[in-house]
Design a protein around this ligand. Structure first.
Ligand SMILES: CC(C)(COP(=O)(O)OP(=O)(O)OC[C@H]1O[C@@H](n2cnc3c(N)ncnc32)[C@H](O)[C@@H]1OP(=O)(O)O)[C@@H](O)C(=O)NCCC(=O)NCCSC(=O)Cc1ccccc1
Length: 214
């Protein structure tokens, strides 16, 4: 089952735009200290938006179970926008409002990218939460595997937190698949700010045996 087989570019822009707005709403809820009457009005508006969306909720195979991957024909990954192959990803999906703004593109055999983390993703003061950093590496390294031609599930992911990764500043992303061996993919990556590495990761990803047999 597909999301909308005849989806136009305009539809796509609207879906992504409303998710961007919802992400901004989450940031405002996280960061605002509004008085009660303002909160009450905001709650009414949010309920109205929920009521308008609820009739269009699709459930079942091929929709809510589609997870991070796309069931929409034509939404493969692009060299200059790798995130398009996982539009519902909670890490980078343009169709998931909890995802921070992240871009990833192919640079030869490597993945490069950029992310900006608002206080929605804060951990230590003025810094990105360590679990969020791990989640971004999980996807970044997976993308490096994808462009290498072999991808699997995360088996082991090791993160080194070298210094705090700051909020509200462009974070440079980099990853490479170092080698594939049978069902295993070995990849590593870094986050950098002004050229300085704030965190690095190594991952071992494994393609399940059942998929080999298929
Ligand atoms: C598939 C597998 C990881 C491995 O199962 P099987 O195939 O039955 O494994 P089998 O026992 O046949 O051993 C084969 C070889 O592998 C080795 N080895 C095994 N395990 C590990 C290990 N953990 N760590 C290290 N090595 C391990 C084992 O020693 C053996 O080595 P050998 O050949 O003797 O040298 C399974 O445990 C699983 O599904 N786990 C849950 C994964 C999951 O949920 N991940 C999170 C969600 S995915 C995600 O988020 C990423 C994503 C993001 C975006 C987009 C896409 C993806």
């Amino acid at each position: 089952m597909s999301f909308q087989q005849d989806e136009t570019a305009g539809d796509r822009e609207l879906v992504e735009a409303v998710n961007t707005e919802a992400g901004e709403l989450i940031r405002l809820l996280r960061c605002s200290h509004a008085p009660d009457p303002v909160l009450a009005t905001a709650t009414e508006h949010i309920r109205a938006a929920m009521e308008s969306l609820t009739p269009y909720l699709r459930q079942g195979e091929g929709w809510s179970t589609v997870s991070i991957a796309s069931d929409t024909p034509g939404l493969g990954w692009l060299e200059d926008d790798l995130t398009r192959c996982m539009p519902y990803s909670p890490v980078s999906g343009a169709r998931n409002p909890v995802a921070p703004p992240i871009r990833m593109w192919r640079d030869g055999n490597e993945v490069r990218g950029e992310a900006i983390f608002s206080p929605t993703y804060a951990g230590p003061p003025n810094s990105v939460h360590g679990g969020i950093i791990a989640a971004v590496f999980d996807e970044l390294l997976s993308m490096a595997n994808v462009i290498s031609g072999s991808a699997g599930f995360t088996g082991t992911l090791t993160i080194k937190y070298l210094r705090h990764t700051p909020l509200d500043r462009p974070i440079e992303l980099w990853a490479v698949n170092e080698r594939n061996s049978g069902r295993k993919q070995f990849s590593r990556g870094e986050m950098r700010v002004d050229g300085q590495v704030t965190a690095s990761a190594e991952g071992l990803f494994i393609r399940p045996a059942s998929q080999m047999d298929a």
